[in-house]
Design a protein around this ligand. Structure first.
Ligand SMILES: Cc1cc2nc3c(=O)[nH]c(=O)nc-3n(C[C@H](O)[C@H](O)[C@H](O)COP(=O)(O)OP(=O)(O)OC[C@H]3O[C@@H](n4cnc5c(N)ncnc54)[C@H](O)[C@@H]3O)c2cc1C
Length: 310
């Protein structure tokens, strides 16, 4: 029997060959061999304890930083939903948020509670699990600055509490979660008491700044490349002439084409009917061009998962 035939019983949703494109911002890519949406933490824990250790496992948040390749994702894809959506105030200046809580919803809750420090989450369109895994941040603040501890399950279904230090945070990186070793189920954040009106004003400023500078209504994956030491990725992409230029992978892989946003040159966008091959092909073409022109290796910030179309 294969691992697929020996999946543990669950209370949540298990689906086979489920398209993943609707679960990502870029809206491309093939299906998950198995998609699991656990009902709650106990459901996920029991599933992981019973899952064949040989089954590949991938975690997906709200897919705002993920490109799913056209051939889909082998193994089990876990996607956290409503059962991980609680926000709870604790000890006056702390907030617990489940891993499926949108970053913006946590920022809003902090604003209502009059807690400063979490305003930046308003500018990140992911969920808390993704924020922990990516050390998400913007405008000089990041998850590392406000996280007290994170709650996770190991691949074998063992519960862990990780302190801020245990997370091994770096620039858009969390060493503890590398290689899909952990599934975050929630996290505890520290705020600083402040006037709620002032916190909300600062969030309003972040939203306005985002609207003016980023293609937030497009099908995009956020920053495509990490900023190389001392350089701006967007400037390198722009100076190499790729802003707004349509790129199509060769048939039969190519679809409607992909481009770097005319509004922000480090934002890869799907202007309509792109395939994952169009998007990744463009990213790779730009990396090669920037390396050849400026000698700077660009590193992907967008997580690419799955296999190319056969
Ligand atoms: C318009 C736009 C603007 C953006 N601006 C910013 C920005 O300013 N700053 C910034 O940092 N990012 C930004 N991003 C990128 C993205 O929103 C963040 O990286 C976000 O933290 C990803 O969260 P997610 O839930 O979408 O994760 P996903 O894209 O679903 O996953 C990203 C990674 O996190 C892992 N992951 C997700 N959930 C869990 C979990 N529960 N447990 C373990 N691992 C998990 C996945 O396995 C994957 O490796 C932007 C994206 C868009 C589309």
């Amino acid at each position: 029997m294969t691992w697929r035939e020996r999946l543990p019983p669950v209370r949540g949703r298990l689906a086979f060959d489920e398209p993943l494109a609707p679960f990502t911002w870029l809206r491309v890519g093939g299906p998950a061999e198995v998609l699991f949406i656990p009902q709650d933490e106990q459901d996920l824990e029991a599933f992981l304890q019973g899952l064949d250790p040989g089954a590949p496992l991938t975690v997906l948040g709200v897919g705002s930083n993920t490109l799913v390749r056209d051939g889909g994702v082998e193994g089990v894809v876990v996607r956290l939903g409503r059962g991980f959506g609680d926000i709870k105030p604790l000890d006056g200046s702390r907030l617990y948020a489940g891993a499926a809580v949108l970053d913006a919803a946590l920022a809003k809750a902090a604003g209502v509670a009059g807690l400063a420090g979490l305003e930046f989450f308003t500018g990140v369109p992911g969920a808390i699990g993704g924020a922990c895994a990516m050390n998400a941040g913007c405008y000089g603040a990041e998850t590392k600055d406000v996280l007290v501890e994170a709650y996770a399950l190991t691949r074998q279904g063992r519960r862990l509490i990780l302190s801020n230090e245990d997370m091994g945070f770096g620039y858009r990186r969390c060493e503890a979660a590398a290689g899909q070793r952990l599934i975050f189920t929630g996290a505890l954040f520290q705020g600083v008491p402040d006037d709620p009106a002032e916190v909300q004003d600062r969030m309003g400023e972040i939203t306005a700044r985002r609207e003016a500078s980023q293609p937030i209504r497009d099908k995009t994956g956020g920053s495509t490349f990490k900023n190389p030491e001392g350089r701006s990725a967007w400037r390198l992409v722009d100076e190499a002439g790729w802003r707004g230029r349509l790129f199509q992978a060769p048939a039969p892989l190519g679809g409607g084409g992909a481009m770097f946003s005319p509004q922000h040159a480090n934002f890869l966008i799907n202007p309509g009917e792109a395939t994952a091959a169009d998007l990744e092909g463009l990213g790779e073409a730009v990396r090669a061009d920037v390396l050849a022109r400026f000698g700077v290796p660009l590193e992907w910030e967008i997580r690419r998962i799955g296999t190319p179309a056969a």
